[in-house]
Design a binder for this molecule. Sequence first.
Ligand code: ZN
Length: 281
Amino acid sequence: MRYANLSGRLVLVSTDGTEAVDVEKASGGLFGPDPQAVYESFPEFRKWADTADLTGGEPFRPEQLETPVPAPRQVFAIGLNYHGHAAEAGLPVPDEPILFTKWMSSLTGPVTTVQLPEGGKVDWEIELVAVIGKLAYQVPESEAWSHIAGLSTGQDISERDLQRRGPVPQFGLGKSLPGFSPVGPWVVTPDEFADPDDLQLGCSVNGETVQQGRTGDLIFSVPSLVAKLSANLPLLPGDLVFTGTPAGVGVVRTPPRFLRPGDELVSYVTGIGELRQQFTA
Ligand code: ZN
């Protein structure tokens, strides 16, 4: 099953990603239109959606989609979670997940225009995003997938000066400017993947591939992250986890490369879908 936020309303999306069924209408009001409120009863929603009559979908354009999970109570993000990225950053492989947050005001839909801050060193980070579907507290790795509502494509767009300003690095601000957290185009439930632990992901700038990796190379996999985070605190239904980026970011290149006005960034996770960001001054 894949579900999305079409003009502020929760919809189920056809497998080919071209048609949407309005959840409130199709369920006769059993589930409301709010894409965030569905996490109050996500297991029931899953059960209904699996047997619902989904004929009569209506066509839509990707630009009409908004961020699929618009108001998560917690947004977790993981640093240095691919061997290749830790190596290019010249940093050791972490023993425990490196954790920071992206604030929810930076979340957007899949197709957007992003304004670059003046003089900013803005970089790309393609990431798999996991959506929590069921309260997870002290959950063992073996039971973690049953707490995941689904997976989405995300970008952890990062302003590198803000991220490193001050005596100690502080990631939240530089990764939470307006439009810096596009997610989408929809959320795909884990059962849709042959192996949800090994998905190809990548991004390109103006058609040139800059990142390409597989989530099978994650240092801490999605189930491992659920286990390790939930050992410390509860993960709430409708929370997001940005799982980290593979090698190929701009800041470590020689010379460093950052996004410029007019650039187009296209990001994908195979089996989910694409984000498309246009950058302006
Ligand atoms: Zn990141």
